[in-house]
Design a protein around this ligand. Sequence first.
Ligand code: A4P
Ligand code: MG
Length: 171
Amino acid sequence: MAERRQAATAYVGLGANLGRREETLRAALAELGRRPGVRVVRASAFRETEPVGGPPGQPCYLNAAAELLTTLEPEELLTVLQQVEDAFGRTRQVRWGPRTLDLDLLLYGDEVIVDRKLRVPHPELVVRRFVLAPLAELCPERVVPGTGLSVAALLARAPRDDVTAVGLYPV
Ligand code: A4P
Ligand code: MG
């Protein structure tokens, strides 16, 4: 695997709405930190959120975000995220359907990537409170490439009715 000379800061969104969600998120963070070229610098609180989109009647999600320092290229990091998802029993069937673990690459430095396999910043980032709220805990001032707006500003203007935090769990 090609090592970048300088580590990049990346942000990852975590979500789980099946199984032992809190345990899964904690274990996924630990597993990410064990992967070569990935260091988990810090993580947000875990938030209980109403499911957005997908089939009706899904259980609530537990969502979080994590700041990574990585020497992996973005595509390599995506592969690692997918490997960790798979390790926790994720099967890709229904888009926006229930899942034991979903890991999305939200931001990678200041890079904008538009590729068939990978889009960074994550395309749904700007409208999702369940992503913006934990991210704002970690990097409120960071400007999201392509928007000209900070994470905090995007959170302030994100649609209010798409998610209700019904609980907050400290990490
Ligand atoms: N892909 C492209 N860009 C990225 C990126 N930045 N990060 C591609 C991760 N993956 C990226 O993803 C489908 C494909 O997206 C991948 O093969 C990758 O090449 P997936 O994870 O296999 O499928 P998915 O997660 O079912 O679909 P999608 O569109 O990624 O769903 P999201 O956006 O992950 O949303 N409600 C609440 N409250 N909390 C949640 O966490 N999550 C979702 C899923 C829906 N509703 C939710 C939540
Ligand atoms: Mg996903």
